[in-house]
Write a protein that binds this ligand. Structure first.
Ligand SMILES: [Zn+2]
Length: 226
């Protein structure tokens, strides 16, 4: 009697993995599959298992006789927009390893494809962010009249919008880091507050010079004395 453990079979042989890829593609009537297509289907393994076994998902597809998944060409705008979002969520410059779900919509791959390297992508992004230093979008009289109704005694004709744009938020974060300017505590995500140094209600504008990063308690404390 021979005792042996058959780990290999538990995880599936290479052939079984490829067979299952073909089976699911057939079932879905597709000549290519994304990892998500596969994982959402009634499959035997996981896209992770397959991708790691063959080194890359696309290599597995190729060996299964399927078409590789096209790497979508993401626009520069989308890449920058995503980087802005990640930067704001983190409160600081994203690292290569931060660029993954759920924090980031894209991995570093499309950045590398578009800009050559991740560092070059960051450099291009910083240049883009700093190319417009202030929010000078046209604001309608309607938006200003709301302020007038709330505070009839003081009428400020603001040149900027009250809420900073995502781009301006990133500029403030680049300058202040993700630390509250009053207590120095590290803040991330929803705890980052963009405060008007000279309050908006007192005519303060939404500009880089008049904005600062605050933690939630300090933002609240400041709100109460305004
Ligand atoms: Zn604070």
């Amino acid at each position: 009697m021979k005792y042996e453990l058959n780990f290999r079979n538990n995880r599936g042989t290479d052939q079984e993995l490829l067979d299952d890829l073909r089976r699911i593609a057939n079932k879905l009537g597709k000549d290519s599959l994304t990892g998500r297509d596969y994982d959402d289907a009634d499959k035997k393994f996981s896209s992770y298992t397959i991708a790691t076994r063959f080194g890359k998902w696309n290599i597995a597809l190729e060996q299964a006789g399927l078409k590789s998944v096209l790497e979508r060409d993401v626009s520069e705008d989308e890449l920058f927009k995503n980087l802005e979002n990640v930067w704001i969520k983190l409160g600081k410059q994203p690292l290569y390893r931060d660029m993954k779900q759920p924090l980031s919509k894209f991995t570093p791959s499309p950045y590398n494809r578009k800009f050559g390297t991740w560092i070059k992508a960051l450099e291009a992004f910083v240049e883009f962010i700093n190319s417009v230093s202030e929010d000078k979008e046209e604001i309608s009289d309607e938006e200003n009249s709301i302020e007038i109704t709330i505070k009839p005694e003081i009428i400020f004709k603001h040149k900027t919008k009250r809420n900073p744009s995502e781009r301006l938020k990133v500029q403030v974060l680049m300058r202040d880091g993700n630390k509250c300017r009053l207590c120095g505590i590290t803040v991330t995500g929803d705890n980052i507050h963009f405060d008007h140094i000279l309050p908006w209600s007192k005519g303060g504008e939404t500009t880089l010079e008049n904005l600062q990063v605050l933690c939630a308690p300090h933002n609240l404390a400041k709100g109460n004395i305004e």
